[in-house]
Design a protein around this ligand. Sequence first.
Ligand SMILES: Cc1cc2nc3c(=O)[nH]c(=O)nc-3n(C[C@H](O)[C@H](O)[C@H](O)COP(=O)(O)OP(=O)(O)OC[C@H]3O[C@@H](n4cnc5c(N)ncnc54)[C@H](O)[C@@H]3O)c2cc1C
Length: 408
Amino acid sequence: MSAPQHEVAVIGAGPAGLCVAAELRRLGIDVAIYERRPSAEPGSRAIGVHPPALAALEASGATERMLAEAARIPRGIARTREGRVLGEVRFDSGRRRFPFVAAVPQATTEAALAFGAPTPIRDAEVRRLAPHGTGAILRVRVGGAETEVRARAVVMAAGAEARSLLLPVARLRGREYGDRYLMTDLRHAPGQPEDLAIITLDAAGVVESFPLGYGGRRLVAWDGPLDGPGPGGHRGSGSRAALDPDLDAAARAERLRVAVAERSGERELADRIETASGFGIRRALLPRMRSGALFVIGDAAHEVSPIGGQGMNLGLLDAVTLAPALASWLRRGAGDTEAERALERWERRRLASARTAARLAGLNTSLGRARSPRSHRMLAAGIGAVAGGPVTRIAARAYTMGFDRHAA
Ligand SMILES: Cc1cc2nc3c(=O)[nH]c(=O)nc-3n(C[C@H](O)[C@H](O)[C@H](O)COP(=O)(O)OP(=O)(O)OC[C@H]3O[C@@H](n4cnc5c(N)ncnc54)[C@H](O)[C@@H]3O)c2cc1C
């Protein structure tokens, strides 16, 4: 039997993979998605979808499908434990097509993207990837048997964990931040504002609270350095193993309850917490997103701290902007100067956007760490002093990905 042959093979059915496959298909390209998981990931990571991604996905109808389920957040405040507002950023100033950040569970976003994409071939793990003539060849393990797939182009959108597929070709620039966080999504959060993101900056570490579309709320709290004791010196909370989703879930929920109650004063909200997950954060940037007929997008190409919430959005913008350039390259043939230039431009702009997002996420991460009462007071005073001026407008633009090179 001859190997299946596609114009484009996409590796990974996360948001970036689904998005690029749907966009390519809309452009009439034959595309298949290979996904190692037997079913879609139920857990939620990304919730914030920013205006540039909403604008980019409008033509496919994905934006409308997401917004049907999303909370619309037109503003955010930074406040202290005592409830003093240090500053407000507005995402609805000026004339913008989408004057808000949409908050929607990642599974809903993926379902909205999957609408136009081919059904992923599941339980199909790509184990090897090699150039073949002007295209590429994949070794895929499908349901226990290994098979070969040929494609004129491959889009690798398999997330951070699958970068080893690219090695040793790709040199990685990366580091682990050494912070860990606790997170929960509450189904109900009565009495909480449905249009306001609240960031409580506290000497013991940040607590973030975001509306979710169904009247729920996402809570995130800084939980100490990896391998160090948690805030308040909680024993046993500081090891990397604390990030294991099956380990000590009750203790994690309790630490999050304490953090939310003590740092933000929201005791009622804290009492609603029944479960919590933990996560650590890394920064990793590939120096290139293309090698011949291989394109790397999403977390596989750039992993940024989720504090600031831009990782998925970067991947969506990679995908939407790659699709037309790749479709034209496939139609005109490898070596066509104009098509090559468009792909070079795409790569340059996406690499620059990823570097900007990584810097902003790094800044956000450092603002949210625990600090001495004295440096906390200085930070709060500094934010209070610049609030309302041009810095606030720059912050609003930065938080909503207005500095992305493909922001409309
Ligand atoms: C707690 C948390 C909160 C976050 N919040 C936000 C937010 O609010 N906004 C935001 O923009 N971002 C956020 N992010 C980041 C966001 O979740 C990621 O950037 C996004 O999921 C990356 O999408 P992706 O498609 O590139 O990769 P992934 O979502 O990792 O998908 C990759 C897919 O590839 C599959 N795969 C892997 N290896 C193979 C293989 N060898 N063969 C076949 N398939 C394979 C995987 O099973 C997976 O389905 C958050 C992250 C975390 C951890």
